[in-house]
Design a protein around this ligand. Sequence first.
Ligand SMILES: NCCC[C@H](NC(=O)CCC(=O)O)C(=O)O
Ligand SMILES: NC(=O)OP(=O)(O)O
Length: 314
Amino acid sequence: MKHFTQFESKELGQELIDLALSYKANPRLDLAKGQGKRVGCIFLNPSLRTRVSTQIAAQNLGMEAIVLNMDKEGWALEMKEGAIMNKGTVEHIKDAAGVLGSYFDILAIRAFPSLTNREEDVNDFVFGQFVKYCGIPVVSLESAIRHPLQSLADQITIREFSLEKKKPKVVLTWAPHIKAIPHAVANSFAEWTVGMGHDLTITHPAGYELDPKFSQGATIEHNQSKALEDADFVYVKNWSGFNDYGKIISTDPSWMLTEKHLKNAKNAKVMHCLPVRRNLELSDEILDGARSLVQKQAENRIYAAQAVISTLLG
Ligand SMILES: NCCC[C@H](NC(=O)CCC(=O)O)C(=O)O
Ligand SMILES: NC(=O)OP(=O)(O)O
């Protein structure tokens, strides 16, 4: 594994899940491994879980983590090749990423999509510029189109809560939101869930079709109650339009998951990456009830990051 930016293979997925679970049982197992090494965590957008869990993961490996909130504390970056920099941007990505590459052993980056320029977003332009110019191993802390550390933590959680005998039915259900929200979490969840060999059903109102590159291999069912029947894991997430790019097409509150929606899925566990808009995306009764795995997922973010950093260290 050279970088950690997307799902690669079921074998690597299994290895990372196994390693993460061994770190969960014994967080300081490899305390000597990262000694003298540094990971830089670059944020172009807000974060709670990713920021803190990645630092804890590095500490558990004896490694130093330095966080730079580039959106607030760094110089305004120019991303375009050949730009004449006579406007607001101060430093070119070539120069900044090159410098960061010389300071760190691993560079971890969060760069959300614009949701206005589909071509740039689907090509992960901003994230890709960091990869291109830093020259060292890169970890995605959520890019325009993927959130692989979240997805790895989600797969660890699914492993922990799966019943031995049965192949779980996993459902990704769209939820209402007031803002245009990225596709990254939904894309990655689909990519990893199908990649790890699970049955995935995706349900959403018409118009919310994901990029087929990510939904391939999943069953698409527009009838939410039919999709939810006998589900074992229900992943709740909002995303904005992909075909009608970055648009809010529906805010239909009947899509918010409540206990009533799960009357034919008695054993279903409910997942969300957080942060969650309570009683808009997901009801209090579910989030505060026995079905909710959201705190477990967030805890597993530490061990997902630890397994990934450890593997990149070799
Ligand atoms: N990193 C986890 C999710 C980040 C982002 N959520 C958000 O932007 C929420 C914003 C809000 O609720 O106002 C998303 O869904 O892709
Ligand atoms: N789930 C997740 O990535 O949370 P943060 O945006 O708070 O890091």
